[in-house]
Design a protein around this ligand. Structure first.
Ligand SMILES: *Cc1c(COP(=O)(O)O)cnc(C)c1O
Length: 426
């Protein structure tokens, strides 16, 4: 038995499923999770001493690669002053100013501890601001595990969402309506059916939790228009896309201005951080200035803020990092596309910038329904082959590959060669 297998055996006795977040269990690909000991640059190492090229990158935060020296040093310095004070600190002002001065649509920002918290709070603010209750989300978009957003994606447009999880009362999702990604008509229909009841539309501006599904031309602009016409707020959940599609995220990348934005992942550089922000007039509704209550004992934690601010500064001061990860994205995902075509593989690849994903289906994937046509068993086989060849990818058909600035051309070439071997059978 490997050390990972031993650890997993112990883990399942004391942690549900042996993991602290479900996708880590590798159950959808019929594998035992690899327990990780350390990571550096583009590489991650398991407890059995195996080395992998890592395309999970902690699900996005490690956009500079693992164990970035500057961030490590800043954090090590910060630790010397204590881990947490539960009081206001200078670094919280610094990171908020840093973001607000550089992202035009963020005039005020509040730090929390996860993407889930950020989204839950942003939705509360949108409801407080508009005085309306209903929200529109899209099938296949993930916004964390808060009750109101854990809604079954279903097969189409729904005016009243069905809880996706046991333990979520129906009442919690009654005001969550489900539209179809990349389908403005489905959104319009919900607005028409619930006139003057919709507080907000929440969307992943680039969907990356049903595999990668970029927005169709005009989709985000259309949402902006529908929200304006119906006096609803537009919330961009940029937990993955924030600071990945340039410093200003998908909003800047596509030039569509949301009312509220949620962040996570990259903003904490690997520490547990989330944030939500937007126009001052909206954000001033948050307690203690306003009547929308939201709090957090460890929010704005000085170590987490140090890690986050150091990473944000590197990204802002080195825009060539974005050029590099886009270039590598073209090389990797373009290379995969070519391999799939050359071998007549029954697969499609979706990609944008540094995010990409191979779908095991011959259908174009543009929404949740088409994503669901993927053959997850076939994905599982591919995943296992890649893992055993030293390529560490998300253990699910419906997750993205994340490129970091630490990936090298050699990493990508080796990855492509492995993929070529898999699909060509030699
Ligand atoms: C990861 C993710 C979340 C949830 O963030 P957590 O930090 O896991 O709570 C929310 N929205 C999107 C788009 C995400 O990718």
């Amino acid at each position: 038995m490997t050390k990972s297998e031993e650890l997993f055996k112990r883990a399942v006795n004391v942690i549900p499923g042996g993991v602290n977040s479900p996708v880590r269990a590798y159950s959808s690909v019929g594998e035992t999770p690899r327990f990780i000991r350390k990571a550096s640059g583009s590489r991650i190492y398991d407890v059995d001493g195996r080395e992998y090229i890592d395309y999970i990158d902690s699900w996005g935060p490690m956009i500079l690669g693992h164990d970035n020296e500057e961030i490590r040093e800043a954090v090590t310095e910060a630790v010397k002053n204590g881990l947490s004070f539960g009081c206001a600190t200078e670094i919280e002002v610094e990171i908020a100013e840093y973001i607000c001065e550089r992202i035009p649509h963020i005039e005020m920002i509040r730090m929390v501890n996860s993407g889930t918290e950020a989204v839950m709070s942003a939705v509360r603010v949108a409801r407080g601001y508009t005085g309306k209750n209903k929200i529109i989300k899209f099938a296949g978009c993930y916004h964390g595990h808060s009750d109101a957003l854990l809604v079954s994606a279903g097969s189409g447009v729904m005016t009243s969402g069905v809880p996706d999880s046991s333990g979520v009362p129906k009442g919690c999702t009654e005001d969550t309506m489900i539209a179809i990604y990349n389908d403005l008509e489905s959104v319009k229909k919900l607005f028409d059916e619930c006139k003057d009841e919709v507080a907000a539309v929440i969307v992943e501006p680039i969907a990356a939790n049903m595999g990668v599904v970029p927005p169709a031309k005009g989709f985000l602009e259309g949402l902006r228009k529908l929200c304006d016409e119906n006096r609803a707020l537009l919330i961009f959940d940029e937990v993955i896309t924030g600071f990945r599609f340039g410093f200003t995220g998908a909003a800047g990348y596509f030039g569509v201005v949301p009312d509220l934005v949620t962040y996570g992942k990259i903003i904490g550089a690997g520490m547990p951080v989330g944030a939500y922000g937007g126009r001052k007039e909206i954000m001033e509704l948050v307690s203690p200035v306003g009547k929308v209550y939201q709090a957090g004992t460890l929010s704005g934690n000085p170590i987490a803020m140090t890690a986050g601010l150091t990473q944000l500064k590197i990204l802002y001061e080195h825009p060539e990092i974005y050029d590099n990860i886009y270039r590598m994205g073209e090389k990797l995902y373009g290379g995969i596309k070519k391999i799939l075509e050359e071998n007549g593989a029954p697969c499609k690849i979706n990609s944008i910038g540094s995010l990409g994903c191979v779908f095991f289906t011959e259908n174009e994937v543009k929404d949740y329904m088409s994503a669901k046509t993927a053959d997850t068993e076939a994905f599982g086989k591919y995943f296992k082959y890649m893992l055993n060849s030293g390529i560490h990818m998300a253990p699910s058909q419906f997750e993205a590959m994340f490129l970091s600035n630490a990936h090298t051309d050699e990493d990508i070439e080796r990855t492509l060669e492995t993929i070529r071997k898999y699909f060509s059978g030699n």
